[in-house]
Design a protein around this ligand. Structure first.
Ligand code: NAP
Length: 492
């Protein structure tokens, strides 16, 4: 027991353990399942396990509330979201602690996620009243063309474990702002933040049935039944490309609107003219934020050969100073990985790179004792063809390859089926602009290591996904365009 234990216990007691369906907290018909703290392996709460029937009941509730919510004044929808933003600020410390407990990230980073996640509530509270259309004369002059926007309808939102709050708000806020009702399914590893967020929305005055939450240990079965229901109009998914591909296949059956925020394999290119202090700062955040478990995490450091040693030694020094531990402890900068599979994956990728000639400068192993910790690691001289350059590491391993000229850097950076985000460090503005054109990527950080912002269109190309979340674009994922032709009021 730590000093913090009573606070953690009190918070966990406030988090609902049921399914949230039609405005009520109900038991799951498949019993319950455990949620654990990855830093200790301890069960922290046991929550409702939804069956296929529960999933259907959640969709029933979303369908029943759909017409009334779509007809609710945009200003009122926006006010509820704004109220939720304010409540989140009041409950900030609780949400931060809860995320650290179920996911493992250091408390300071959980706090950062509350800020980031909250901004989607504020941004889309403002966007709710800016859903526009257009009115025009047809080219023949005989008619008037009216283009209007309408809510897509009941939407199913599936979120991953790595950003338990922000991945939920990034979908829920634009859906509700657009006038859609939703069923949310968080990852089984980190469902508590979403349950507590549903309670927050309830407290903010969201009408019953507009948001429903199901937690389940049988994602495939329960989700499959919802996706195949013809009353569902939209699926928004954030997670791995592998699962996204399956869900796209299922969605094809009913020609569902889909948004897919999938995996990444971000290159981090450092040119010889870069400001190395800034590049090192950018690298630390792009790689080690969220313990490396971010779709936007830099996966491959592609560094000009003339500065690679200097860069490697500077990041190694910084990495050696990092502190591993439970995210609630003072000064901890690296929490546990989410589970044993994640530790196994980081180890296997690293071993493959080393077996092909790469050198580990620091770290390289899991730590002893309870919890799924992996040391922050720097590995250099990684050979082209190593698995670590092609797969998402999703852990605190910084791997370095070198290049000689711009064409080679572009070739290496684009050598992946993913295209979520790329980072480029250079002092040469023209070269920076060329890289915007040449890199196959949905987002780019030019001399910065983090790009996420509620006001920006987040999303990828290639196998990183379809659609955008956030920005002006985010609400359009939940709107249908309708075109109407009417005769000219002046006659033909
Ligand atoms: P995941 O295994 O694909 O799971 C994502 C979500 O899908 C979870 O809620 C999971 O629930 C559910 N799920 C798994 N199998 C399913 C199935 N057959 N049918 C329906 N739902 C299913 O991904 P993850 O490990 O949680 O998250 C890591 C991945 O997400 C990485 O690839 C990362 O790059 C990606 N990601 C992308 C973005 C982005 O914006 N592009 C952001 C964050 C993360 P259960 O786990 O409970 O089964």
């Amino acid at each position: 027991m730590t000093d913090n234990a009573p606070r953690e216990k009190a918070l966990l007691e406030k988090v609902p353990d049921g399914l949230f369906i039609g405005g009520d907290w109900v038991r799951g018909s498949s019993g319950q399942f455990d949620v654990t703290d990855p830093a200790t392996g301890d069960v922290i709460k046991t929550i409702a396990d939804a069956s296929v029937e529960d999933g259907k009941a959640a969709l029933d509730a979303a369908v029943a509330a759909s017409a009334e919510w779509a007809a609710t004044a945009p200003r009122q929808r926006g006010e509820i979201l704004r109220g939720a933003f304010d409540l989140l600020q009041e409950r900030r410390d609780e949400f931060a602690l809860l995320m650290t407990m179920e996911m493992g990230k250091p408390l300071a980073e959980s706090n950062g996620e509350v800020t980031y996640g909250g901004e989607f509530l504020r941004w889309f509270s403002e966007e709710a009243v800016r859903i526009t259309g257009r009115y025009g004369v047809n080219p023949e002059g005989t008619g008037r063309m009216i283009v209007s926007q309408h809510p897509v309808g009941p939407s199913f939102l599936i979120t991953p474990w790595n950003f338990p709050l922000a991945m939920a708000t990034r979908k829920v806020a634009p859906a509700l702002a657009a006038g859609c009702t939703v069923v949310v399914k968080p990852a089984g590893l980190t469902p508590l933040t979403t349950l507590y967020f549903a309670k927050l929305l309830q407290d903010a005055g969201l009408p019953a049935g507009v948001l429903n939450v199901i937690t389940t240990s049988s994602s495939g079965k329960v989700s499959g039944a919802i996706i195949s229901d013809p009353r569902l109009r939209k699926l928004s998914f954030t997670g791995s490309t592998e699962v996204g591909r399956k869900l796209l296949e299922q969605s094809a059956q009913n020609i569902l609107r889909t948004s897919m925020e999938l995996g990444g394999n971000a290159p981090f290119v450092i040119f010889e003219d870069a400001d190395l202090d800034k590049a090192v700062d950018g690298a630390m955040v792009a790689k080690f934020r969220n313990i490396g478990e971010a779709c936007t995490a830099a996966n491959r450091f592609i560094v000009h050969a003339s500065i690679a040693d200097e860069f490697a030694s500077r990041v190694t020094e910084r990495v050696k100073a990092m502190r591993i531990g439970r995210g609630t402890e003072e000064g901890v900068t690296i929490g546990p990985l989410i589970d044993e599979d994640a530790v196994e994956k980081a180890s296997t990728l690293l071993q493959d790179a080393v077996s092909r000639g790469a050198k580990v400068l620091t770290g390289g192993s899991r730590t002893d004792g309870p919890g799924t910790f992996f040391e922050p690691t720097v590995v250099t001289d990684v050979r082209v063809g190593s698995d670590i350059l092609h797969e998402e590491i999703f852990g605190p391993v910084l791997s370095i390859v070198t290049f000689e000229d711009e064409d080679e850097a572009v070739r290496l950076a684009n050598d992946t089926e993913f295209g979520l985000v790329s980072y480029v460090f250079t002092r040469d503005l023209a070269r920076g602009q060329r890289m915007i054109d040449r890199l196959e990527t949905g987002m780019m950080g030019l001399n910065v290591g983090v790009v996420s912002n509620a006001a920006a269109p987040f999303g990828g190309i290639k196998q990183s996904g379809l659609g955008r979340e956030g920005g002006f674009e985010g609400i359009h994922e939940y709107l249908e365009t309708k075109y109407t032709l009417t005769p000219s009021p002046f006659g033909a």
